[in-house]
Design a protein around this ligand. Structure first.
Ligand code: ATP
Length: 341
């Protein structure tokens, strides 16, 4: 086990119960008791949506069993829409502790980067206090920046267009950044396939319950889960269900209904790819701003994943072997060196 993390005693953090984000905002300014006296280690796994961050985090956490995972996907913070938001199901977490994954009530409103800095700071302190090592995993780069920046101005999102807040190259943790990258052409193909798989796993039915005006309790405005409103899939299918609520099935409009469904699926695929492009843009900005990101190229592994369903896939190397060799192996070396530093 790495020895350096735990030379210091931190005050025990308060019991962390899911709270309204606003309650945490006051803790986000300057250096709070959640900030370690000497820099604790924090492994950060970054990458676009679908690039394999969760997979890599589990591969590392099963090899180094003292890691605990802290989610940094702003939508996965909330309870609900587990298929649509692609939350790792409990059995697939392989017993690795996951924090801030589906812990918050979406009716309590949107988390800000400042809220995340406060809440995730507390969780990370708790993990280091227990002599474990935190691993931050997720695609919300504004949250990652807010979490690890040494200086942070609440209310500022460094990635917002027109924001004059500057990126912080000074970090409040001793960070090791792994960036799982996949070429955009291959990732686009993979993301389209992933959306189809999510639909097969029940995404449509989940969204029907969430978006269909017939299924919601319209009497209670507090029942509208604001935090999840922006999740990709919700706006696209809200438009669909407005026109074609589940209760009004009319044989006559089946063809149009089908077209509207396909339009919604197309929009989800496009918006997911746009999200991936924006995320990569933000990662490149962080790297340009001085963050030492170690890039792992997962393109070949994803090319193999995409090929497995097409007819010409015979004879190719298994994607998991390529992933192991090109992504996990190099990551393990980097992490070992980081822990021994
Ligand atoms: P920004 O501050 O510009 O919103 P960010 O880096 O903070 O970006 P992202 O993770 O890029 O946050 O999320 C931006 C948007 O992408 C979300 O508002 C949501 O629409 C969509 N999104 C992100 N994660 C998910 C997810 N797991 N499921 C569905 N949609 C998601």
């Amino acid at each position: 086990l790495p020895q350096l993390h735990h030379l210091y005693n931190h005050p025990t953090p308060p019991l962390l119960l899911p709270q309204r984000p606003r309650r945490w905002a006051h803790m986000a300014t300057g250096h709070t008791s959640a900030v370690p006296r000497r820099k604790d280690k924090l492994l950060v796994i970054m990458g676009a949506t679908g690039a394999g961050k969760s997979r890599l985090s589990l591969d590392l956490a099963t090899r180094f069993p003292f890691f605990e995972i802290v989610n940094s996907d702003k939508i996965q913070l909330y309870r609900g829409l587990d298929i649509t938001t692609n939350k790792l199901p409990l059995p697939e977490r392989l017993g690795v502790p996951h924090h801030l994954l589906g812990e918050f009530d979406p009716r309590d409103g949107d988390f800000t980067p400042a809220d995340f800095r406060a809440v995730a700071g507390q969780v990370v302190s708790g993990i280091t206090n227990r002599r474990k090592v935190p691993m931050l995993v997720g695609g919300s780069n504004s949250f990652i920046h807010a979490m690890v920046a040494d200086r942070f101005e609440p209310g500022c999102n460094v990635f917002e267009p027109g924001s004059d807040a500057s990126l912080s190259a000074e970090l409040r943790y001793n960070c090791c950044f792994l960036w799982v990258d996949v070429s955009m052409a291959v990732l686009t193909e993979y993301l389209s396939k992933r959306v189809d798989e999510m639909l097969d796993s029940g995404m449509f039915e989940e969204l029907a319950e969430f978006c269909d005006p017939d299924c919601q309790d319209k009497q209670d405005p507090a029942a509208v889960p604001t935090g999840l409103r922006k999740a990709i899939g919700v706006p696209e299918f809200t438009r669909y269900f407005k026109k074609y609520p589940q209760s009004k099935r009319d044989e006559d409009d089946d063809r149009e209904r089908r077209e509207a469904y396909e339009e919604a699926v197309r929009a989800i695929k496009d918006n997911t790819c746009q999200l991936a492009k924006r995320q990569i843009g933000k990662i490149l900005r962080l790297r340009g701003g001085g963050w030492d990101l170690r890039r792992l190229d997962a393109t070949d592994a994803f090319r193999a994943v995409v090929a497995t369903t097409s007819s010409d896939s015979d004879g190719g190397e298994r994607w998991s072997d390529i992933w192991e060799r090109q992504v996990v192996g190099p990551s393990v070396k980097i992490v070992k060196r980081f822990l021994e530093e």
